[in-house]
Design a protein around this ligand. Structure first.
Ligand code: PGA
Length: 254
């Protein structure tokens, strides 16, 4: 089970921008990355509507696209959902699953396993599974027990990860959008445990590549402490990904 060949720098725009502003941000990021040498892989996660348009109109071989969520169901009578089939047709590379905002505000905990199964069994889209503990759980020393049970649950409907690429994002809930960043050594310790856990759980059926990335209040000032660490395969950036120049600097220099 190898690490990812390139480091990932992912911008999660959430629902911060409307359609027009999303298109404009995508174009600005394209401009600021244009012609720059970059050994990292840059990924943008706009809302569904903007994703379809940006995927068509922003052509930059260094920018990859992903969705912020996916339905656990196949095509059918599921009002308001967006199907995996549609994501496959627009050829995106990644899909976020189980972000803490979805878990907390949209009761997604119980859907994470079926979303993972849908994506892994029916597509080559790479899932980015988000896990992380709340402040109360951290203070009660439950960080690892929470994360390990989230991972166990997420993969509970999957028998093999053979030949799959998987990304797991460690995002402490208390660090998301709060300006509070984890101690790098604490994050590294969690990342190592995640890798070990996947290895032990899947043994011979481990994924071909596993990336473990960090997210939570990473910005232009703080990103550098996560650079050049073997156990940090990349960054998942929310707020700071809405500023084209800041995000592009991180994307190039990480
Ligand atoms: P933040 O968001 O960088 O604004 O903390 C990260 C995320 O939620 O993915």
């Amino acid at each position: 089970m190898k690490n990812l060949s390139k480091k990932l720098v992912i911008g999660n725009w959430k629902m911060n921008l409307n359609y027009k502003d999303s298109i404009s941000l995508g174009k600005k990021i394209q401009q600021s990355l244009k012609g720059k040498k970059n050994s990292n892989e840059v990924v943008l996660l706009p809302d569904f509507l903007s994703l379809a348009e940006l995927k068509k109109s922003v052509k930059n071989k260094n920018i990859y696209w992903g969705a912020q969520d996916v339905s656990p169901f196949p095509l059918g009578a599921f009002t308001g959902e967006v199907a995996l089939d549609s994501l496959k047709q627009i050829s995106i590379k990644y899909v976020l699953i189980g972000h803490s905002e979805r878990r907390q505000k949209f009761f997604d905990n119980s859907l994470v396993a079926s979303k993972m199964k849908n994506v892994l069994e029916n597509s080559d889209i790479i899932p980015i599974l988000c896990v992380g503990e709340t402040l109360a759980e951290k203070e009660a020393n439950k960080t690892w027990s929470v994360i390990s049970s989230q991972i166990k649950e997420a993969f509970s409907e999957i028998k093999t990860l053979k030949n799959k690429k998987i990304v797991i994002a460690y995002e402490p809930v208390w660090a998301i959008g709060t300006g509070r960043v984890v101690e790098v050594s604490d994050a590294v310790a969690v990342h190592k445990k995640i890798r070990q856990f996947i290895k032990e759980t899947f043994t011979k059926n481990s994924p071909s590549e596993l990336g473990v990335i960090y997210g939570g209040s990473v910005d232009l000032k703080k990103y550098s402490s996560f650079c050049k660490l073997e156990d940090v395969s990349g960054l998942l950036i929310g707020g700071a990904s809405l500023k084209a120049n800041d995000f592009s600097k991180i994307a190039i220099n990480f």
